[in-house]
Write a protein that binds this ligand. Structure first.
Ligand code: SF4
Ligand SMILES: [Zn+2]
Length: 321
């Protein structure tokens, strides 16, 4: 049975309702530990900014749930940054005293899409984050033109762009409806890296139609491709249901979330490459498949591997092995 193909209209039609969000507040904000590129564990501010929805409609994406239908109002993004930093106890003029040195401005879309982040707000945004050593934003290769470098020139710290590679599987990548070829991805990464912009990438673990072993294999091959292209960090994202289309595919037998042991194998393989940082996204860990008896230990192990970027001893479980 072939994986059903959906166009943007069909993907949107299958969605459940969006969450209630407001343009003057991020929809989440936190300080979390993350290993930096020197191998030192740092505290990083992550803001999930509320803004206009991404124009792409990827089959597996659920980020649209916390977005606005209209363009982001001018002034909203700086207002959200001010609010969240204050709530986290971070003085933008003295981030050191709060023990943080990097900030992620994630907007569930593309930072260089004018509908998502109005250019009129750039100067204020750069002023608000000028004390951070690294500023991470997310962006699709289609929006990676000269605007990136204009923004970079206004920024005091290091610009890092997070860009989804998703997968290099030749059948699955076009199926995702991301409207991106591997060449576009590679050209965008090369162009950014040439101009001293760091790149991290998101890679899916076990997209629909792949079995457990294929899910592991293609996640590892995609990491190799990303590192070959010049990225410094791979952030691995276990595929989850919950956006309508993925739930439908699950019902039809085309998708099952990856098991927790597959995620461990992918993370181990990524760390063994020693080509850059590799993180496993453990955000929605209750959705991972696998044994409940050792789940907690396996999560703890991956959390440590994320933080230290070192191999940790394997978990022994009498129930599942
Ligand atoms: S490009 Fe990113 S934000 Fe946009 S639909 Fe695809 S996964 Fe979601
Ligand atoms: Zn077990």
């Amino acid at each position: 049975m072939d994986l059903p193909v959906f166009n943007s209209g069909q993907i949107v039609a299958q969605r459940p309702a969006k969450n209630q969000v407001s343009s003057d507040r991020p929809y989440a904000w936190m300080i979390e530990p993350e290993c930096d590129s020197q191998g030192i564990l740092q505290q990083v501010v992550t803001l999930f900014l509320t803004g206009s929805e991404c124009p792409f409609h990827c089959t597996m994406c659920d980020l649209w749930k916390n977005t606005l239908d209209a363009p982001t109002p001018v002034g909203a993004i700086p207002e959200q940054i001010v609010f969240a930093l204050s709530d986290l106890g971070v003085d933008p003029k003295d981030t050191c005293s709060a023990g943080v040195n990097s900030i992620k401005l994630y907007n569930s879309s593309n930072f260089f899409d004018k509908r998502a982040v109005p250019r009129q707000d750039w100067t204020e945004i750069c002023e608000l984050v000028k004390d951070f050593k690294t500023v991470v934003i997310e962006n699709h290769p289609a929006f990676s033109g000269d605007a990136v470098f204009e923004f970079q020139s206004k920024l005091a710290g290091q610009l890092e762009v997070a860009m989804g590679l998703e997968t290099i599987h030749p059948r699955v990548l076009p199926w995702l409806n991301k409207q991106m070829t591997l060449k576009q991805y590679q050209d965008a990464v090369e162009r950014l890296v040439e101009r001293d912009v760091q790149v991290r990438t998101f890679i899916l673990v076990k997209p629909p139609s792949l079995n457990e072993a294929e899910g592991i294999e293609w996640a590892i091959r995609s990491m190799e491709y990303a590192f070959d292209s010049g990225v410094e960090c791979c952030s691995m994202v276990p595929v989850r249901a919950g956006n309508g289309t993925m739930d439908q595919l699950r019902k039809e037998g085309f998708f099952e979330p990856p098991s927790i042991t597959s995620l461990e194998q992918v993370l181990e393989a990524g760390l063994q490459m020693k080509r850059g940082r590799v993180f496993m996204d453990l955000w929605d860990h209750e959705l991972f498949g696998g044994c409940d008896a050792c789940r907690g230990q396996r999560l703890e192990r991956m959390t440590k591997m994320n933080e230290t970027q070192q191999f940790e001893q394997e978990v022994q479980c009498d129930v599942c092995r």
